[in-house]
Design a protein around this ligand. Structure first.
Ligand SMILES: [Mg+2]
Length: 290
């Protein structure tokens, strides 16, 4: 993808601290985003959605004199703005844009179904490989995912998965990757899309467990979950993995996570030891020991 600028592949793993004073150490609950944060099964979904949506807009009467590149830019913008929310929101925006260009938009659910059909063709080989050989999971997760999940479980952290992808797929793919066993709850998009949002999941976890914000730790690669975690008073860890190389930082993701309010940014979880040392460092004299 053109926006990906990676750090040197041989750069050492490190934490980028954005907010050094953000409270840490008291975590009891953690919320993980799924796609791009733990799972790489759907890596490349943008390359399915953007050309498909662009083609839909290009077929509208009002798009006759608009260069293809301009339409692609428009689509790219609204796809990224809605990344992390349920897929249906991107489809709702497509329908609105098509209407504005004089087209006859489909129902957003129809766009979503066609997008899923195309995406499934792309990821079918990955799913088949995982069904054949569960040990292949390590090739389809953000590096170090199993380490961080095991380390947090060892510390007694209760973990939840919250995704904008349909819940049935999240359940299926989390099981295929063998990460489902780490989570006390898995939440994904519902057919009634208004009944689910990451914000609602986070608020529910806080309410049901009588949590204070500083007991909440969040991991995500998109701005939606970072903003939601920060909005709830939690600590947000941005995961800026270059999904294609599976190594190093994706600079575009990193910039976006930083401007969304992430407290720290990491390339992946291969530095689980350093990461947990940082997250749980005892405070000495009001300052963290590290
Ligand atoms: Mg994500």
């Amino acid at each position: 993808m053109t926006y990906t600028v990676s750090q040197a592949a041989d750069a050492p793993w490190s934490i980028e601290v954005v907010h050094a004073r953000a409270p840490r150490g008291a975590f009891r609950f953690a919320v993980f985003d799924f796609d791009g944060t733990v799972s790489l099964i759907r890596e490349g979904w943008q390359q399915i959605m953007i050309p498909y949506f662009t083609g839909e807009l290009a077929s509208c009467p009002g798009a006759l004199n608009i260069p293809r590149e301009e339409l692609t830019e428009t689509v790219r913008d609204f796809v990224y703005v809605n990344t992390g929310k349920q897929t249906i929101y991107q489809c709702i925006e497509l329908a609105e844009q098509a209407g504005r260009l004089g087209g006859k938009p489909l129902e957003p659910l129809a766009y979503k179904a066609e997008y899923h059909r195309r995406l499934e063709l792309r990821i079918a080989d990955r799913i088949a490989e995982l069904e054949r050989d569960p040990s292949a999971a390590v090739n389809h997760v953000v590096p170090g995912s199993f380490d961080i999940l095991a380390a947090l479980r060892e510390r007694g952290i209760t973990m939840y998965l919250a995704s904008g992808t349909d819940e049935k797929y999240v359940n299926q793919e989390a099981a295929l990757l063998g990460v489902d066993r780490f989570f006390a709850g898995i939440y994904g998009a519902q057919d009634d899309y208004k009944s689910f949002s990451k914000k609602m999941v986070i608020e529910r976890i806080i309410r049901e467990n009588n949590l204070h914000g500083r007991e909440l730790l969040g991991f995500g690669d998109g701005y939606v979950e970072i903003e939601n975690i920060k909005g709830a008073g939690g600590f947000a860890c941005g995961v800026a993995t270059d999904e294609v190389k599976r190594r190093g930082v994706d600079q575009w993701k990193r910039n976006r996570l930083k401007s969304s309010g992430a407290d720290i940014i990491i390339p992946d979880f291969t530095g689980t030891r350093e990461l947990t040392d940082y997250l749980f460092a005892p405070k000495i004299g009001g300052k963290n020991a590290l």
